[in-house]
Design a protein around this ligand. Structure first.
Ligand code: SF4
Ligand code: SF4
Length: 346
């Protein structure tokens, strides 16, 4: 079975399902959303981060590079590096003695994943939390994801959530019904042509799988990433509300995730271009019409940023704090992690 690389096992997450959670990020996604907040999880292959602020210009990396990449216009002192010829051999990472290069994506044995995921059991118990399998796209690795969910549920007796875009064959989703307590489903757009053109995936398949999940009485929470000039028009909001309104009684809730550009640094570190570099973050107020439209369709559990209800937020400003935490999608609460067990993020 194809085993995914893991980019991070992030503890004390507050936005990836109920309670305090540990989120496991699998590397690899069938979509290529240009605003992706986790660009390190798009490719399923190993990559490296380059940290310009740590680079001394010693050029040991170039000497180690076997592909010729090191001798081209790739200049370590530049903030970005040309990786067109890069073969991901990672010799440059080994050669760098200054920590200016870091491998992205590691193979972690299942028993270590379970050990790490189970280590915060006490926090899950007091907060109603658990473990979320995310990515990337967990369903790109259906057997691994099912094995992991089964172990977390049956062996560890933990609450299990899977964060997914549902772009998969149903026969790879159905086995998860037995072990997954909550499906968190990302819907990027309800315009089939735009969805295919911009993200590279079939909306029809995603919605078909969503409807089958709901028919199967699975607990489903919808994530709506709202992206400027992609799905933030009043027509987009109305379309979301009308479609999701058909399932108002069956959905566990809807989390609105406003665009932010906090991933810009990761694009640079990965040597990629980022077309949203100069796009301003969406303000919470811009999402009020969407919240209202969803409420009018009978959807009650609506949050902004995945933590608190937008209605309550309007009164006490909590949504802004939730949004700030979400922007961190960097650990919202970052307690010390065990060194050497998981790759650190950023
Ligand atoms: S080996 Fe490391 S410090 Fe030296 S030039 Fe390359 S990235 Fe910079
Ligand atoms: S990972 Fe890419 S840049 Fe680094 S040594 Fe290998 S081919 Fe060269």
């Amino acid at each position: 079975m194809p085993t995914p690389l893991i980019t991070e096992i992030q503890r004390f997450c507050l936005q990836d399902g109920p309670g305090i959670r540990t989120t496991i990020f699998l590397k690899g996604c069938p979509l290529h959303c240009p605003w992706c907040h986790n660009p390190e999880n798009i490719s399923s292959k190993q990559e490296f981060y380059f940290y310009a602020n740590k680079c001394t210009g010693c050029r040991q990396c170039q000497a180690a590079c076997s592909s010729g990449t090191g001798n081209m216009d790739h200049d370590c002192m530049e903030k970005t590096s040309d990786r067109r010829l890069c073969t991901s051999c990672l010799q440059c990472v080994s050669a760098c003695r200054f920590g200016a290069r870091e491998t992205v994506g590691k193979s972690i044995p299942m028993e270590n994943i379970l050990l790490e995921a189970g280590s915060d059991r006490i926090f899950y118990e007091v907060s109603g939390g658990g473990v979320t399998i995310s990515g990337g796209e967990p369903l790109m690795f259906p057997e691994f994801t099912c094995d992991l969910a089964r172990s977390l549920k049956v062996k560890e007796n933990l609450h299990v959530a899977v964060e997914t875009c549902l772009l998969a064959e149903w026969h790879n989703i159905a086995p998860l019904l037995e072990y997954v307590d909550l499906f968190i489903v990302d819907i990027k757009s309800l315009d089939p042509e735009k969805h295919q053109r911009v993200t590279g995936g079939s909306l029809q398949k995603i919605l078909s799988n969503l409807e089958r999940l709901l028919e199967a009485k699975a607990a489903v929470r919808i994530h709506l990433p709202i992206i400027p000039h992609f799905n933030d028009s009043s027509e987009d909001f109305e379309t979301y509300a009308v479609y999701l309104g058909h399932f108002a009684g069956n959905l566990s809730g809807v989390d609105i995730l406003p665009f932010h550009s906090y991933a810009a640094g990761k694009y640079i570190q990965l040597g990629r271009s980022y077309q949203y570099q100069k796009v301003p973050d969406l303000a919470v107020q811009q999402l009020a019409p969407l919240v209202q439209a969803l409420e009018q369709q009978g959807i009650r559990e609506i949050t902004i940023g995945g933590m608190v209800g937008a209605s309550a937020a309007a009164e006490n400003g909590v949504a802004n704090r939730a949004l700030e935490a979400r922007r961190g999608h960097l650990p919202p609460v970052h307690l010390p992690q065990k060194k050497g067990v998981v790759p650190t993020r950023h």
